[in-house]
Design a binder for this molecule. Structure first.
Ligand code: FUB
Length: 337
């Protein structure tokens, strides 16, 4: 009798363990498209997202393309000096009102990049654009010789999936491609060490030798961004070495520059470098960026490699200069129709 009791207790424990494990797996399993509300910063928290690149496409929605952080193993981290080697699997999100969001899941992975390095990973900040019925996703990755190159992938849909071209773009180097299309339809690719080049009509190749941008300073590190407002071109970038401010900008009359240096637009975000995107959506300007691990589980050391995207308002002064962004925990309000 006593033995029978032990057996039933044992079976009960096994059953409870099984049910708990199942529930946990179900909670962890996200099915895409994944629909969620984002009512405060960071706005995307079900996965680690970084390097937002924003667009308002012809469907009138705001779309955000992001890279994805994954923890890197200590050995690689020690070798390369940072924790970004395992970054992989770009995602794209859309919203109509800044609070109700859809994550469409993974849109491109290193395993689908024919020219990428053998171990995969290294899928850093992407930049999207749209032209003549095709969506283009420009992305930096390491080639087989472990040299940074820019690749491009295409899709007929904003949510992908994107198919990578067989080779990287000839003449490119470095990281963080961003594509800007001017009002006359000419596309420009900003990338690498403050470089810009026109894109050919096919959008897959550079139409010229990259030119070095004159932005009136020497603090460019990464994350170039171009936007145009009232015929003024705003070239902005990140200086991750600065301890206080990290988003900087300069203004000019042409996509090539020269640009007049204007100083900081964003302070250093907690636990991460500023890597921003600036967009007007439904008559309001927004500044997207990312922060380091908002749960701060690994303490200061781990923060930088578990990033999440945030958004706050951006305002301009009467002379066209930008006011410094106020980073908030509340984020932005829902847009009511
Ligand atoms: O996300 C990896 C790298 O960190 C990006 O390419 C940089 O801009 C910085 O955000």
């Amino acid at each position: 009798m006593k033995n029978l009791n032990y057996i039933s207790i044992f079976l009960c424990v096994i059953q409870i363990t099984f049910v708990c494990a199942q529930t946990k797996n179900e909670i962890n399993k996200i099915t895409y498209p994944y629909i969620f509300k984002a009512e405060s910063n960071p706005i995307f928290t079900h996965i680690r997202t970084a390097d937002p690149d924003c667009h308002v496409w012809k469907d009138g929605k705001l779309w955000v393309y992001t890279s994805q952080d994954h923890d890197s193993d200590p050995e690689t981290k020690a070798k390369v000096g940072h924790g970004y080697s395992k970054m992989d699997g770009y995602h794209v999100f859309s919203t109509e009102n800044m609070v109700d969001w859809t994550d469409y899941g993974e849109i491109l992975h290193s395993k689908d990049v024919p020219w990428g390095c053998d171990d995969g990973g290294w899928m850093w900040a992407p930049g999207a654009t749209y032209k003549n019925g095709i969506y283009y996703l420009y992305f930096p990755s390491m080639n087989k010789e472990m040299v940074w190159k820019i690749g491009v992938a295409t899709s007929k849909n904003p949510q992908g999936p994107f198919v990578a071209e067989p080779t990287y773009m000839e003449g490119t180097s470095g990281i963080d491609p961003m594509c800007f299309i001017d009002d006359d339809g000419q596309a420009y690719l900003y990338f690498g060490d403050a470089l810009v080049a026109k894109l050919s009509d096919d959008m897959l190749t550079l139409a010229e030798e990259p030119r070095k941008i004159d932005y009136g300073h020497d603090n460019f590190r990464e994350g170039p961004y171009m936007h145009k407002r009232e015929d003024v071109y705003y070239y902005s970038w990140t200086d991750w070495k600065d301890k206080v401010d990290q988003g900087y900008y300069a203004m000019g009359n042409s996509p090539y520059g020269p640009f007049k240096y204007k100083g900081a637009v964003n302070a250093k975000a907690p636990g991460a470098q500023d890597h921003h995107s600036i967009i007007e959506f439904k008559n309001q300007w927004y500044y997207f960026y990312h922060v380091g691990d908002y749960t701060n589980k690994l303490g200061e050391e781990g923060r930088g490699y578990r990033r999440n995207v945030c958004v706050d308002y951006l305002y301009y002064n009467n002379d066209g200069t930008m006011k410094k962004v106020i980073q908030t925990e509340n984020g932005v309000q829902e847009l009511i129709k």
